[in-house]
Structures are given as structure tokens and as C-alpha cells.
Design a protein around this ligand. Structure first.
Ligand SMILES: *Cc1c(COP(=O)(O)O)cnc(C)c1O
Length: 408
């Protein structure tokens, strides 16, 4: 039975369906003109040097780590409070995950990042949780600090050229967010977006790598390298081979297979064209309404999603219950579901996952991430959420909290 309010359905309408149908009828369905157009549109929107689309953010994160030459013996700093993709890709590369605790706003604590750096640190992966940008000035101050630069031990040409720790943003949640007047994409050296089905802008599955590297790097050349890496190390892609009598190609490295298809890109182009003027304002309005509904009640702690410097991409409304135990939070979620309203929890900190427990990470070392998680309930935010549906969410949350967390 469908719920009265689902958690995060994609925004799909006749325009998206027509765009996909047109690609299906065109005779070219894998990486081609739509993907290139989507990359160019993303480059313009995020004001970056270059964009390469791939089939997921996970693949994008891994390609970026591999391009930088991250491997065995290296360490990558990752927030304890994130989705597993952020850390798992570090393991794929054979490097060590170094978890760092959060701040009150769910994001990485730059001071704790600084303390976690060793001579083996190659990358800091910042995650803009819920769409709220990390403190990028503070993170750049860390990687550019002269003492921290002196610790850095470059092993590859790219590492030599950068001469410091790479700032890699996992911006799976934060397309369109801004920090001190700059939009996500341009905030870190490399930024990865996700277009997975539950994300703000979706292509069913998909991701993008945005480059904003210092002038010593040729972003155009790196984008070319990343495209080759995303397609088996093949020197020329399928479309350019198809359209010329020059059928010969070379394989120059054991690349991966994670290119985006034109079917996905067609969806992305429709979504991006209406993202800033229609999609984001709608999500923002939903967040304002939740703030108004829960802001006066001391049992709730509202998420930070805008201030003088930053605004969120309004991806997740991460409400916290003051003074609730984990068991109370779980009971409250159960009661909300009984009203046929879907809510969620973002995220179970990774040190609590059995994979990472077996690797000897201890949740006690990440007290803020743990405390944030135990009290958190994410409320539905999406384009097709009507005022009436949002009213139901607010009502069912209030009712469940009244029942299980009575006011003092
Ligand atoms: C969804 C998500 C990812 C992974 O995105 P995919 O496109 O599914 O690979 C990475 N990081 C975070 C924080 C996410 O929420």
C-alpha cells in the first residue's frame, strides 16, 4: 500500500518523459551529445573549469581519488557522519579511512580535521551533509597551512604539482548550495555531485566530477584523462569511432566502466533547466514551513540551512529531538509511519556499521556524530510535496512527539 506521504519520489513529468523518449528514438542512447550538453550546462551552472559526467557519485569519487594517485599507505580524511559511499571508495583504492567527528551542523569539524592529519594524508573529503556547505575557508586554511604542507609527502605527478592535501568535496547533497557568494562545485579542488534517484536533481543514477584546480593544472586535459578512465582506458569514445572511418583505437590503461548514458543526461538537462528557478525555491519554502512549525517548541532542534554566509541546497530537513534517547526517536518514527507518513534517518555514522567496526573504528571516538544520529529524524522535502501533504507530516510528527516525548 502506498504511503500518504512518501519520503523522496523523483520529480518526473511529461517534460522528462518526452526528453527520454526523444533520446530513445534518436538512434544514440549511450554517452554522446546529451551527455556533453549536460556537462557543459553543469560547468556553466557551477562556474567550474570542467565537468565530467559518470554513472554515479561513487564512481566519480573513486575516479578522482585514483586520478590523484591515492593507494596503499595513504590516508583519506572522511567524516564519520556520512553515507557509506564516501568511505567505501577509499577502501577500493587500498587506502586508509581516517574518520573525523562532526560539528553541531552535522558537517566536518575543521579543527578536528587538522588534528587528524599525518604525513600519509593525501585527501580531505568534505561532505555537505543535507545540502549545507562545509566551512571551506577553514578547510583551505588547513590544507594550505605551511606546517601541514611541510608534512605532505607527494608520490605522484599530480600530488607533486598540487604540493598539498587535495580537497575533494562529496557534494552528493549540495548542488546549488552556496558559501560566501560561491556556488558548490567551485568551492573545492574537485567536487562530486550525485544524481541518484533520491537526490535533488536526478537522472535515476548518475554523477558528475567538477574540476576547479589551481592554475598549474590543465583542467581540460584532466577531464580528458577522467573520461578515458571512465571508459576502459580507451583512447577514443564510442561516438567518435562511430562517426568516422577511423575505427582504430588504443587502450592506454586498465580503466573502469562508469560513463553516463544519453538517456540519463537527457533527464539531467530537463532537471537542470528548471532547478534554480523552480526546484530550489520550492524546497526552500518547505524548509521554511517546517521551521515555522517546530521552531517554537523546545523539544526540537532545527537544522541550520541558511545564515549570512551560506544557503543550503535544501536537500534534507534534518530535525533533531532534544533530550530524546535513541529508543524514543525510533518509537517516534514508528508512530509517524503508522500515520502513513515516511520519514528517515540520515545517517547511521559509519563507525557503527559492522564493516567499520570489524576494522576497529569505535563510535566513542566520534561523540558528536553519535549524538546527532541518535536524535535525528529527516522529514520529507521534494518538489511534489504539496502543502496538504506537508501538513500531514507536521501533524504526525507533533502527535508522535506528544505521545513519546511529553513536554516538561
Ligand atoms: C548518495 C550519496 C553518495 C553516493 O551517490 P551515488 O550517486 O549513489 O553513488 C555519496 N555520498 C553521499 C553523502 C550520498 O548521500
Amino acid at each position: 500500500m502506498p504511503l500518504r506521504v512518501p519520503f523522496s519520489p523523483p520529480r518526473i513529468d511529461e517534460e522528462s518523459i518526452a526528453a527520454v523518449s526523444a533520446v530513445l528514438r534518436s538512434g544514440w542512447i549511450t554517452t554522446g551529445p546529451q551527455t556533453r550538453a549536460f556537462e557543459q550546462a553543469l560547468t556553466a551552472y557551477t562556474k567550474v573549469q570542467e565537468t565530467v559526467c559518470v554513472n554515479s557519485a561513487s564512481a566519480g569519487l573513486e575516479l578522482a581519488l585514483r586520478w590523484y594517485g591515492v593507494g596503499p599507505g595513504d590516508e583519506v580524511i572522511v567524516p564519520a557522519y556520512t553515507y557509506a559511499a564516501s568511505a567505501n571508495v577509499v577502501l577500493h583504492c587500498g587506502a586508509k579511512v581516517v574518520f573525523v567527528d562532526s560539528r553541531e551542523d552535522f558537517n566536518l569539524d575543521p579543527e578536528k580535521v587538522r588534528q587528524a592529519i599525518t604525513p600519509a594524508t593525501k585527501v580531505i573529503m568534505s561532505v555537505d551533509i543535507g545540502g549545507w556547505p562545509c566551512d571551506y575557508d577553514a578547510l583551505y586554511a588547513v590544507v594550505e597551512d605551511s606546517e601541514i604542507r611541510r608534512l605532505f609527502q607527494p608520490k605522484t605527478e599530480a600530488q607533486e604539482k598540487l604540493g598539498r592535501i587535495l580537497l575533494l568535496a562529496d557534494a552528493a547533497h549540495s548542488l546549488g548550495a552556496s558559501y560566501k557568494g560561491k556556488i558548490t562545485g567551485s568551492l573545492a579542488d574537485i567536487t562530486i555531485f550525485s544524481f541518484h534517484a533520491v537526490k535533488n536533481l536526478t537522472t535515476a543514477e548518475g554523477g558528475a566530477i567538477c574540476l576547479q584546480l589551481p592554475p598549474a593544472f590543465d583542467a581540460n586535459e584532466i577531464a580528458r584523462t577522467l573520461r578515458i578512465k571512465s571508459l576502459h582506458g580507451q583512447s577514443r569514445d564510442a561516438l567518435s569511432k562511430m562517426n568516422s572511418p577511423q575505427w582504430r583505437y588504443d587502450i592506454i590503461e586498465p580503466g573502469y566502466k562508469c560513463n553516463m548514458t544519453d538517456i540519463q543526461a537527457a533527464l539531467g538537462l530537463v532537471e537542470l533547466a528548471r532547478y534554480e528557478d523552480s526546484h530550489l525555491p520550492h524546497r526552500k519554502k518547505i524548509m521554511e514551513k517546517y521551521d515555522a512549525a517546530f521552531g517554537q517548541d523546545a523539544r526540537f532542534e532545527l537544522p541550520l540551512w541558511q545564515n549570512n554566509e551560506s544557503h543550503s541546497s535544501y536537500h534534507l530537513y534534518m530535525l533533531r529531538l532534544n533530550k530524546a534517547t535513541e529508543a524514543q526517536r525510533d518509537t517516534i518514527i514508528q508512530s509517524i509511519f503508522e500515520e502513513e507518513v515516511a520519514v528517515n534517518v540520515h545517517f547511521v555514522p559509519l563507525p557503527l556499521m559492522s564493516l567499520y567496526q570489524k576494522m576497529d573504528y569505535k563510535i566513542e571516538d566520534y561523540p558528536l556524530a553519535w549524538c546527532n544520529f541518535r536524535r535525528e529524524i529527516s522529514l520529507p522535502v521534494y518538489f511534489d510535496l504539496t502543502e496538504e501533504m506537508q501538513g500531514l507530516v507536521i501533524e504526525s510528527v507533533r502527535k508522535a512527539v506528544d505521545k513519546h516525548l511529553p513536554a516538561e
